[in-house]
Design a protein around this ligand. Structure first.
Ligand code: IMO
Ligand code: MG
Length: 425
């Protein structure tokens, strides 16, 4: 049994992804020995900025820029060797010793090129009801995992790997027959095999042992979530979700950490909301204000470049996510985007089928009308503020309202993309 006090603290997004997890993990990473990704894959785009350097990570944990950190890619992740290699080569170009800092669980599932083809064929066949997937092969790779067909990183070391790889490809070709979809069966084949060889240069580990040994040695771990709680395969707006457990329990599943080893749960949310891809978004704005949020917040996908849908903060969804995750600390991002807004709105309840409710409805297709509370804007640039005492009164009122409604303290306020644009309370 682990008797040390070291814990696995978890950072996760409480909305529909893109909350700013990359920046916060990078800020917090100094306090941790180990940073670990536990789910998702290259559908994620975690942006970091320090000084002149801006960087987007897709499959590599956001602790990679910190000297002395161990960055684990956990068993719950799905890994595309091609994207991983490209990321590593970029980082090596910046003199980051990736091979020293990264460990990959042998139980991590592999995304192979035909997973991406299936993703594309499946989305194309759905027409208007498409999920809006990033088309990185995430869903098909998780289908193979739970369907017990998948290939894992550890399998790369097996003598018969190539045969198993071909067998899976053949299953995929058979599966693809149901779609009226044209594709080149050898897309990225050589590139993938080459990248898979490259992967073998890394320390491939029994991640669950490594995590528990680190805890036993008194080393604290930060688990880095991808996507957001409202995209969770169980608790999100199914079927407009991703294919993994993005909520707190996913960190146990995806790393082999016992539930009792979880310490703090940092829930990140933006001071407004965004969503990319299809699915319900009750507070979405289709007007000038929505456009202003998109422009001022640079709300374009870090992975796909798509325009993000923008809207007001949704307390119904936020409180739901806080409940599911057991959030201990809130982290608020990007309030500075609304610096020049005269009025700011927050949805405090919904009207569904003529009745007011504070719950997220089961029916993904239900028509939801939000009821808003209005706040006076602060009309002050926040980004240059470094001390809590210098925050404008209207902004403090906004924060106080969120803390009162959720019952959780906002312990970090981020007021810009750079590491230094952060107030720790
Ligand atoms: P980070 O970690 C925002 C969305 C997609 C789509 C749905 C399913 O950067 O916050 P998938 O590719 O998983 O099949 O897509 O989930 N999605 C994200 N949205 N941020 C992400 O990651 C996302 N990863 C997936 O747009 O609606
Ligand atoms: Mg993103």
């Amino acid at each position: 049994m682990n008797t040390s006090k070291a814990k696995v603290d978890v950072v996760l997004g409480l909305q529909w992804g893109d909350e700013g997890k990359g920046k916060i993990v990078d800020v917090l990473a100094d306090n941790y020995n180990v940073i670990a990704r536990f789910q998702g894959g290259p559908n994620a785009g975690h942006s970091l900025k320090f000084g002149e350097t801006s960087h987007v990570l897709h499959s590599i944990p956001s602790g990679i820029f910190r000297e002395g950190t161990v960055n684990i890619i956990g068993n719950g992740v799905v890994l595309d060797p091609i994207i991983f290699k490209e990321e590593c080569i970029k980082l090596e170009g910046m003199n980051i010793p990736v091979k020293e800092r990264i460990r990959i669980s042998k139980k991590t599932h592999l995304i192979i090129p035909t997973h991406r083809i299936i993703d594309a064929a499946s989305e194309a066949s759905k027409g208007k009801s498409k999920i809006g997937s990033t088309l990185k092969g995430i869903g098909p790779a998780y289908m193979d995992k739970t369907g017990r067909n998948g290939l894992r990183v550890g399998d790369l070391l097996a003598a018969d790997f190539r045969e198993r790889f071909e067998a899976l490809r053949n299953k995929h070709f058979n599966f693809l027959k149901q779609f009226d979809f044209k594709y080149d069966p050898d897309t990225d084949l050589e590139k993938w095999l080459d990248a898979a060889e490259y992967l073998k240069n890394f320390e491939l580990v029994d991640g669950e042992y490594l995590i528990n040994e680190e805890l036993k040695a008194g080393n604290s771990i930060l688990a880095e979530g991808a996507q957001g709680s409202m995209l969770d395969v169980d608790f999100g707006s199914y079927p407009f979700v991703t294919s993994s457990t993005t909520t707190c329990s996913g960190s146990c599943l995806g790393l082999g950490a016992a539930p009792s080893s979880i310490g703090k749960v940092y829930g990140i949310f933006k001071a407004y909301c965004t969503r990319v891809g299809s699915g319900p978004f009750p507070t979405e704005l289709f007007d000038q204000t929505g456009e202003q949020l998109r422009k001022q917040g640079h709300e374009y996908g870090a992975t796909t470049g798509r325009e993000r849908r923008c809207g007001w903060l949704d307390m119904v969804a936020l409180k739901y996510a806080i409940m599911i995750n057991g959030v201990t600390d809130l982290i608020m991002m990007k309030a500075d985007v609304m610096d020049n807004f005269d009025t700011i709105k927050v949805a405090t309840s919904y009207v569904v089928n003529g009745e007011e409710t504070k719950c997220v409805p089961y029916d993904t297709y239900a028509e939801v009308t939000p009821i808003y509370k209005e706040f006076k804007g602060w009309n002050t640039p926040l980004s240059s503020i470094r001390e809590e005492k210098d925050l404008p009164t209207e902004f403090r009122e906004y924060i106080a309202f969120i803390e009162k409604e959720t019952g959780v303290r906002i312990s970090i306020i981020s007021l810009g993309p750079d590491r230094v644009e952060t107030i720790v309370r």
